[in-house]
Design a protein around this ligand. Structure first.
Ligand code: SAH
Ligand code: SF4
Ligand code: F3S
Length: 461
């Protein structure tokens, strides 16, 4: 899921330097890349989407599976060549930084293995980027990955209005970071540290700034977003449900979403928010990983398959049009054919509108890596293929079920063909609308005419 985050958002001044940011991994990294871009902008670095033009390349990395981490080293190899070429041509030097979760997990090793790297900065310390860059300019190679005691958000520049505008009408807002769940397969508690919730007042300020810049849809982010907690204006403890009720009162916000949730933190207030708030979109990403109680226990998920199904039934009771998405892992150590059949049964019982599924990847330092009975790669792959077939069939069925329906779509950008626009359905799927009079940021009613593989087609209703 690589994404090149930046597009040229503002005409750079002749003497400004340029930064190319490449983002790997989850939405939280996308958000972090935006904040780093904003912080660098104050240092005179303007974003570019052409790596060859860059004075600074920043890789915002993901450590979640082996393949994700490996990508960083191959990218660094390419940058090394580019740097050499520039030196030969007598061109301006290229500085290279590694940020994000690989930086946090393997900072010292990156510096050792990749001489091209000038700086390594962790996900909790990137507000120190200006200082780190100054040290790099003076010839040092810098690792800045000690967990910060200060709140980075207090030290970052405010959300940049112009850049927000250029990024579109749907924005991310990180409300919670880190994870205390320690699922035995997962590196996140080690790369992102323990769970921290941003205070309510900070979030309200940021949400208002986003809205002032023209944002209509806000997706609240967290590794365990539904573990967010804070103190309300009434002095009482607030959870994510309360936060959603509160944000829904901000006029300019038309749509709210949140991701990613853990089943154990779905409380009644959050379920009620799905019942009461029309602005809260009827789409929930609620990973379960496996349908086998034995494997869920070994994964330290701390719930059973039946608890998950009961929870889904409860939410669907109050919000019948809710569509679900999930994450699955095949071939966790000790997973038998019977365990895998339990996963298939769970998927059949729940029915997903979309899903992400992965072969288990043993991550150094996680308890899962030391478990006995690792599953052979080919068995993991076979199971993944079968699971993905089922999930894909469910996804197609869901998309087909929308054909003929009328729904509200938030217009996001022009389409490929003249007169076309692309918007977003309440269920996240892009909707291509023909012959439509709307502007970006409008929400219009459309009738779905056709379902493609990853998008819907519609006419104004
Ligand atoms: N915080 C979220 C997701 C974290 S990572 C949650 O708790 O659900 C996103 C997904 O990557 C996970 O849900 C899991 O399905 C997958 N994943 C994490 N570690 C993995 C590993 N070691 N091997 C394979 N998939 C993994
Ligand atoms: Fe990883 Fe589990 Fe935390 Fe999600 S809840 S980030 S899967 S440890
Ligand atoms: Fe990857 Fe870190 Fe996100 S490991 S999935 S970028 S929290």
């Amino acid at each position: 899921m690589d994404q090149i985050v930046e597009s040229p958002e503002k005409k750079p001044l002749a003497n400004t330097r340029k930064v190319f940011v490449k983002t790997y991994g989850c939405q939280m990294n996308v958000y972090d890349s935006q904040r780093m871009t904003d912080a660098l902008s104050e240092q005179g670095y303007e974003p570019t989407d052409t790596v060859e033009d860059a004075d600074l390349v920043l890789l915002n990395t993901c450590h979640i599976r082996e393949k994700a981490s490996e990508k960083v080293y191959s990218e660094l190899g390419r940058l090394q060549k580019m740097k050499r070429k520039r030196a030969k041509a007598g061109a301006a030097d290229l500085k290279v930084g590694v940020a994000g979760c690989v930086a946090q997990a393997e900072g010292a090793e990156i510096i050792r293995r990749a001489p091209v790297v000038d700086l390594v900065i962790g996900p909790t310390t990137y507000h120190r980027l200006p200082d780190v860059l100054a040290r790099v300019e003076s010839g040092q190679r810098v690792i800045e990955t000690e967990y910060a005691v200060e709140d980075k958000f207090e030290h970052l520049p405010e959300i940049n209005r112009e850049k927000t505008l250029a990024r579109g009408v749907s924005a991310f807002l990180t409300v919670q970071e880190g994870c205390d769940k320690f699922c035995t397969f997962c590196v996140v508690p080690y790369t992102r540290g323990s769970e921290v919730s941003r205070p309510l007042s900070q979030l309200i300020v940021e949400a208002r700034r986003l809205v002032d810049a023209g944002v209509r849809e806000i997706t609240l982010l967290g590794q365990n977003v539904n573990a967010w907690h804070g103190e309300g204006p009434d002095g009482k403890p607030w959870g994510l449900g309360d936060l959603l009720y509160h944000l829904a009162e901000i006029d300019g916000i038309a749509r709210l979403r949140y991701t990613t949730s853990h089943p154990r933190d779905m409380d009644m207030r959050l379920i009620e928010a799905h019942r009461d708030l029309p602005k809260l979109m009827p789409y929930l990403h609620l990973p379960v990983q496996s349908g086998s109680d034995r494997i869920l226990k070994a994964m330290n998920r701390r719930h059973k398959a039946e608890d998950y199904i009961r929870l889904i039934d409860q939410i669907r009771d109050v919000r019948p049009d809710l569509a679900l998405s999930g994450d699955f892992i095949t071939g966790f150590p000790g997973e038998t054919d019977e365990d895998f059949e339990d996963t298939i049964r769970l998927v059949e019982r729940v029915g997903y509108a979309s899903a992400f599924s992965f072969k288990y990847s043993a991550r150094p330092g996680t308890p899962g890596a030391d478990l006995p009975d690792h599953v052979p790669e080919e068995v993991k792959a076979e199971r993944l293929e079968r699971l993905q077939k089922l999930l894909m069939a469910q996804q197609t069925a869901f998309q087909q079920s929308l054909v003929g329906q009328t729904m509200d779509v938030l217009m996001e950008k022009p389409g490929r063909e003249p007169g076309q626009m692309v918007g977003r359905s309440p269920w996240l799927l892009p909707v291509i609308v023909d012959a439509n009079p709307a502007k970006i940021g409008d929400i219009i009613s459309v009738r779905i005419t056709k379902a493609g593989t990853n998008s819907l087609h519609a006419d104004p209703a």
